[in-house]
Design a protein around this ligand. Structure first.
Ligand SMILES: [Zn+2]
Length: 442
């Protein structure tokens, strides 16, 4: 680092709305500007997804962080504030937050804040307090809820990471239908597997890389490294050409929001994480095909909900009392209508109890099941007349395995760890500025 330059961490969140703007596009615009100012990039832009189970999240609850070295920090800060003002959808309910932090390194306790934002509901006042105590410069619009993600993003500690190449449409195409060749996405998935993930849901015959709304995103390809997502994007065919792209380092596909062990004695609404317990009430299918069961943990009971779109209901139905399971998901707040519930995002069977039922006895001689002679009157073979007094135990084979059960890809959230990533961790945080992580074709 040269003597007169500073390392600047920039974080922002909650600039988008359901109607159009998108935090990653704003990030693209800001990086485009920073490139013109000749700043030195010290890492790829971060796209950090936070707790998907909080009630007021924007579409993906995603925040962005940038790490740069510059000789003119004040100029850059002023300009970025202008970008936030210009591109935030405050009229549509966005509450943007922006933070600047000037320091070579991020102190360790920043990552605790990021973890909190990943797994719980963090009040905006906590973020404002944190900013004050740690010399963060803040700027916000609306109520400032976006400060939570903004701080969380700059301090995010990657246990594992993935990349996403997000391509953007030419402005003339905003709002128009995206026409992407389904075949090309299927091929791309096949060619790049397992280096990319969640491009196409074969079960649902559905393209997963493109959003459907009016936002500027054309499509996004997720994968393990820069080369793979570039390769994946190059295989997507459409008459519409994307005009630009940017690659983010992300916590998508890491499942990190569910690494948090929940405390059964102190379950906070909207928190995410996991619990291990015994099935205490067998699964019941309710209206709409959703499945509910209960688990008992240290004498306390928690109701679990498995929703139909997850594709997990069929297997969840096969759980029986006494099975030991790990369940992961978000805590839904109790209301007048329903008790507190864990919305299940995965379950893993640790042990299966034996499924024993009582059945009529068999006749030794004829190998036939005996018939009941009436209440409390025992059982009789209708062929030879042999009689017995009691039912016998019969073990029914279990149709579940001791394994992890995940939702189908189309029900995955940004953070869901796909099956192909189980046991895979990208831990080397290196930055190669010679890779084409930013591209403007205009
Ligand atoms: Zn018989």
């Amino acid at each position: 680092m040269t003597k007169d330059s500073t390392v600047l961490h920039i974080g922002f969140d909650d600039t988008d709305s359901r109607k159009g703007m998108c935090t990653t596009f704003l990030a693209y615009k800001i990086v485009e500007y920073l490139k013109k100012e000749q700043v030195k990039f010290l890492d790829y832009p971060y796209l950090i997804r936070f707790n998907p189970n909080i009630p007021w999240k924007t579409r993906g609850n995603g925040a962005v962080a940038l790490k740069i070295e510059t000789k003119q920090p004040q100029l850059i800060k002023n300009k970025i504030i202008k970008f936030i003002k210009k591109y935030s959808a405050t009229k549509d309910g966005a509450n943007p937050g922006l933070v600047f932090y000037t320091n070579n390194r991020i102190p360790e306790h920043f990552s605790k804040f990021g973890k909190m934002a990943l797994c719980t509901l963090v009040n905006r006042n906590k973020a404002k307090e944190f900013a004050e105590q740690n010399d963060l410069e803040t700027f916000y619009l609306g109520n400032g809820q976006g400060l939570v993600g903004a701080i969380g993003a700059i301090g995010y500690h990657f246990r594992d990471h993935t990349f996403e190449l997000i391509s953007y449409r030419d402005e003339s195409n905003f709002g128009k239908k995206r026409e992407i060749s389904k075949d090309s996405v299927m091929d791309m998935q096949q060619i790049t597997y397992p280096k990319t993930f969640n491009n196409f849901d074969i079960l649902k015959n559905r393209v997963l890389i493109a959003p459907h709304g009016p936002d500027p995103v054309f499509f996004g390809v997720r994968g393990e490294d820069i080369n793979s997502v570039i390769k994946g994007a190059s295989l997507v065919r459409s008459r519409e050409k994307f005009s630009s792209y940017m690659i983010f380092r992300s916590n998508q596909g890491t499942g990190d929001h569910l690494e948090n062990k929940l405390d059964i004695k102190n379950l906070k609404p909207f928190s995410s994480g996991y619990l291990v317990g015994q099935v205490s009430e067998k699964p019941k299918i309710e209206l709409g095909g959703h499945v509910f069961f209960s688990v008992s943990i240290n004498g306390k009971t928690l109701k679990c909900a498995v929703y139909k779109p997850t594709g997990l209901t069929k297997m969840a139905c096969k759980l029986i009392k006494g099975d030991t399971v790990k369940v992961g998901g978000g805590i839904r707040k109790a209301s007048k209508k329903h008790e507190r519930v864990l919305n299940v995002e995965f379950f893993e069977v640790y042990s299966l109890s034996s499924h024993v039922v009582m059945v009529n006895p068999l006749c030794d001689k004829c190998k036939k099941r005996m018939k009941s002679k009436g209440k409390d009157q025992g059982y009789e073979c209708i062929k030879c007349g042999r009689a017995l007094t009691k039912k016998i135990k019969k073990e029914i084979p279990r149709q579940l395995e001791k394994q992890l059960y995940l939702p189908i890809p189309s029900a995955h959230r940004h953070l869901t760890r796909p099956i192909q990533r189980i046991g895979k961790f990208n831990t080397r945080i290196e930055f190669d500025n010679s890779k084409k992580w930013f591209c403007n074709l205009n």
